[in-house]
Design a binder for this molecule. Structure first.
Ligand SMILES: C[S@@+](CC[C@H](N)C(=O)[O-])C[C@H]1O[C@@H](n2cnc3c(N)ncnc32)[C@H](O)[C@@H]1O
Length: 401
């Protein structure tokens, strides 16, 4: 019996995907465009319908754990394009990918050409075998596929001109920096206070410095570099996520605050680019974390809708305040930012929060406004600033020039 895949033309679907990636701005250069146009993505998503393989925002699932959490996916093409553009891979380079699937490694192989070298590493033997099989099937026999924990890098194949990491990392292991060429670049999805940004890092005198970043979602790192963030339940369906901070939380006091009447304050400042605004909020107040509510908690009006997907929350002892937005056609985006707050100190917290919202809108209201540094140990960074995030092997410093 004929299936849909028998009647669809992968080349036509691929051409349409490339056009859409260009229109979205994910593909910007002719070289990345040529790589996407040539690598047959559907050979890396066996068993999936062709239109699933070639939808630019789809990330077909490859493996889940016993709880249904994704352990491996073929990353969405738009994210792969964005990160490859940020990497600026040139012909002849030695590049390494941590987190395999085969497709991204094939794109990298196209970018480095015959004189370059691609190594891809995965911790999971099933994924390594699958990547090897798919790469062979698509004709990329020369890509080196290694079964290992990325934490130690690949000393035999180093140094690398480019390292692209495709699993969500909480830190940057020393091996990645040691194995990077002097003028090398690492593109890594790094977790900063519970939210992940891909960051393109170049070397600088104190370690690494960002040249671009953007919001992204990746399956988490396993193995030696894995890191579980702290979550604190306030009531059923309402949790705080405290990723980088040592913040002490008075759970009983916050539970009482939740049941006190809500106040609201409006900033008179624009609400848009929530990911950029959230990074600013999270890295300019030491007592800022993330607040999440379930749909049931929202339906019971314990918290308002912004908390559904996680929202920056300012915690002050027995009180808390979180970001809100309302329609306002005087604003460029059509929305104004504001704050909902609960607890005995709700007024103070709301004022502090609104001040931050105004600062962001006045001075930093654009994409890529932050500068992100990674300072490896043993160098010390004074820990008094909100944008200083201590990690296991070094410190992330987020500043807003
Ligand atoms: C999003 S998938 C990679 C997608 C792939 N780059 C592609 O071409 O679509 C993330 C992969 O990271 C792998 N991974 C997780 N922790 C790892 C570690 N410590 N070392 C190496 N690989 C790891 C997972 O097994 C998973 O296959």
């Amino acid at each position: 019996m004929a299936t849909d895949n028998d009647v669809q033309d992968p080349t036509a679907l691929r051409t349409a995907m490339v056009r859409e990636l260009r229109d979205q701005g994910a593909i910007q250069s002719g070289r990345v465009e040529a790589a996407f146009a040539i690598v047959p993505r559907h050979l890396f998503t066996p068993g999936e319908p062709l239109e699933v393989a070639y939808a630019p925002d789809n990330a077909p699932i490859v493996k889940t754990d016993d709880n249904g959490m994704n352990l491996s996916v073929v990353s969405a093409a738009h994210l792969q394009a964005t990160m490859l553009e940020a990497a600026e891979i040139e012909p002849g380079m030695r590049v390494c990918e941590y987190g395999s699937g085969g497709y991204n490694a094939a794109l990298m192989a196209e970018l480095v050409g015959d004189s370059g070298r691609v190594t891809t590493v995965d911790i999971d033997p099933d994924i390594v075998e699958r990547a090897r099989t798919c790469l062979n099937e698509a004709g990329y026999h020369h890509v080196k596929v290694v079964a290992a924990d990325a934490e130690e890098g690949v000393p035999d194949a180093a140094p690398f001109d480019r390292i692209i990491v495709t699993a969500g990392s909480w830190d940057i292991p020393p091996a990645w920096i040691d194995q990077l060429a002097d003028d090398g670049r690492i593109v890594v999805p790094l977790r900063l206070k519970g939210t992940t940004r891909w960051i393109a890092f170049d070397r600088d005198s104190s370690g690494l410095v960002s040249r671009g970043y953007g919001l992204c979602f990746f399956v988490p790192f396993q193995g030696a570099g894995s890191h579980t963030e702290r979550t604190v339940k306030i009531v059923d369906g309402v949790v705080l996520r405290l990723d980088d901070e040592d913040l002490e939380v008075e759970v009983d006091a916050l539970r009482r605050a939740l049941h006190l009447p809500r106040i609201e304050r409006w900033s008179g400042a624009v609400f848009d680019m929530p990911d950029e605004q959230a990074l600013f909020l999270l890295t300019n107040e030491p007592n800022m974390a993330l607040l999440h509510a379930s749909q049931e908690a929202i339906d019971q009006e314990l918290l308002a809708r912004p908390a559904l997907r996680g929202v920056p929350v300012l915690i002050g002892g027995d009180s808390f305040a979180y970001r809100a937005a309302r329609p306002n056609y005087d604003m460029g985006s059509g929305f104004e930012s504001g704050v909902y707050a609960h607890g005995p100190s709700a007024e103070d917290l709301a004022d502090r929060y609104v001040e931050l919202l105004r600062q962001w809108a006045d001075k930093h209201h654009r994409r890529g406004a932050a500068s992100i540094q990674y300072v490896p140990k043993p160098a010390d960074v004074p820990a008094m600033l909100a944008g200083v995030l201590p990690k296991r092997h070094g410190t992330v410093v987020v500043t807003w020039p």
